[in-house]
Write a protein that binds this ligand. Sequence first.
Ligand code: ADP
Ligand code: ASP
Ligand code: MG
Length: 445
Amino acid sequence: MSIKVCKFGGTSMADGTIIRRAAEIVNADAERRYVVVSAPGKRFGGDVKVTDLLYRCHELASSGANFGEVFSRIRSRFEGMEKELEKDVGMGEALDEIGRNIRAGAGADYCASRGEYLAGRLMAAVLDVPFVDAEEIVRFAPDGSLDATTYALAASVLRKYPRAVIPGFYGRGADGKIRTFSRGGSDISGAVVARAVKAALYENWTDVSGFFACDPKIVPSPQCIRELSYQELRELSYMGANVLHSESIFPVRSAGIPIRICNTFRPSDEGTYIVASAKRRREENAVTGIAGKKDFTVIFLEKSMMNGEIGFAARVLGILSRYGVSFEHLPSGIDTMSVVIDNRYLSGGVLEKIVSDIREEVHPDSVRTHEDIALIATVGHGMANAIGTAARLFKALSEANINVIMIDQGSSELNIIVGVDNADCAACIRAIYREFFEGKGGTGS
Ligand code: ADP
Ligand code: ASP
Ligand code: MG
């Protein structure tokens, strides 16, 4: 019998009723043997995710402030769910211990991880299957990346359990302490478990019926992408389509395990399959999807004969690395070069220092910066063969009166990235969506 790994996100774990529904989904298919869970998410607009409450407790405790009020909100959520689910899994005692540890100075990662830990214990009780703690199977290297020994370790532990519930988001670091992935990282945990147990399918259960051609908060009810490739997923999720963590493909890609995005609230919807190569779409559509991310800065450099100056780019990048700054894109021409950087690297005067060092060390004819831009990626394998895709895209933007600050096309012709003002981000995505998915020559599925 083949194995399916199911990961349930925060909205699928938000209260007792939804947890029951998730358990019914698992029980409806005997192949769904390993279940990875997130911490309870928002139940309604304005609600706060348990993970955010836990980070807040840590913040308060580390500044010596009282975290009791915030902690009591976490307590009432878990104890409420325990009651609603009519299970006695010792939530009270577990929360007492977590509270003591936070007070005693536990790290941010430990605090944040407790939402998944408690949710995992609840889900294990509801399904009546063993709980396997993620700290027993997921290992982080000293630099915080996933340690490659994880797969063998997870396989050896999980082999002993025909079925199990595993909390997402965390594992154990090289120093023996709890460490987490970045936010949304339970998606990575699910992929890790899928690879370790050699699953035939990794089902990612969330609150939407698949991966849409763009963010449903920007375009209401966008088209659902039936199938996309790992590479398209990586490009779209990295650029802001946060339905799936952009790093969650790495564990499954090398093992060729498909991912299916499914809706816990509409389990019979087909969802989206993410596979090695999405042939059907490539033949039919030029554009697969669009995603955007705000808060980048571009440094534009101009220097005559830059192309003939050996080491020019290396010197510019050397300056960035001196400040511990990595770059996102590097579009260039004969006499021009632009460096696109995430704003989070540039606070506290770092941008000014980099610009001044560039002036001194590489002597450009001109250097200017454009802050607070959004990057919008239009992604699709079909773009390499479809003549005129870029022309259509830029015409759509000009008709929508959107000023394009920067353009970059990946060498694989899988994407076209444009930089626009932060304020134009949503309008830019809407204009591209309209052109390729609603327009006369619409190519959407
Ligand atoms: P979970 O709690 O299940 O991990 P997330 O909130 O992380 O769920 O991801 C699901 C959300 O991703 C959706 O509710 C949706 O608003 C958002 N989203 C952003 N871009 C897309 C997209 N292209 N397709 C589908 N959902 C998207
Ligand atoms: N609970 C964590 C977060 O809110 C991890 C996850 O949900 O995937 O980021
Ligand atoms: Mg998520």
